[in-house]
Structure formats: structure tokens, C-alpha cells
Design a protein around this ligand. Structure first.
Ligand SMILES: [Zn+2]
Length: 71
């Protein structure tokens, strides 16, 4: 019987799903660990969970102009 660490699994899942996204217009990087406090996005918010009316804090484009950063 293998011993499972629930917290470790959750942590790795979060790391998998909480990708960084980069603005294709200005190269601003959205880091889920940092969020965008000035834009009302709490640290720990996945990009997918950001409201659709959120705008790039640097150049003002919408979420559709961001793409995920592949490690
Ligand atoms: Zn931008």
C-alpha cells in the first residue's frame, strides 16, 4: 500500500494548472502566485479564474491577448 500525501498532490496539481501567461502585446507576465493586486486580482488566482473584463495592467488589452507560458 503506497502512502499518499494529499497536500503534495494538491500542490503539484496547482503548479500544473496555475500557469503563467504573457501578454503578446507588451510582454507583461501574469504570475498566478503574484496575482494583480492593483487590478483587483488576489495572489493565488489562476489566469482562468480572472474576470473576463480584466485588462493588461501595462497596455490595456484583454485576456484574449495573453498566451500561456510553457515551461
Ligand atoms: Zn500588455
Amino acid at each position: 500500500m503506497e502512502k499518499m500525501c494529499y497536500n503534495c498532490i494538491q500542490k503539484s496539481l496547482n503548479n500544473t494548472f496555475m500557469k503563467k501567461y504573457v501578454c503578446i502585446v507588451c510582454d507583461y507576465v501574469y504570475d498566478p502566485a503574484q496575482g494583480d493586486p492593483d487590478g483587483g486580482i488576489m495572489p493565488g488566482t489562476a489566469f482562468e479564474d480572472i474576470p473576463s473584463d480584466w485588462l493588461c495592467p501595462v497596455c490595456g488589452v484583454g485576456k484574449e491577448d495573453f498566451e500561456p507560458i510553457e515551461d
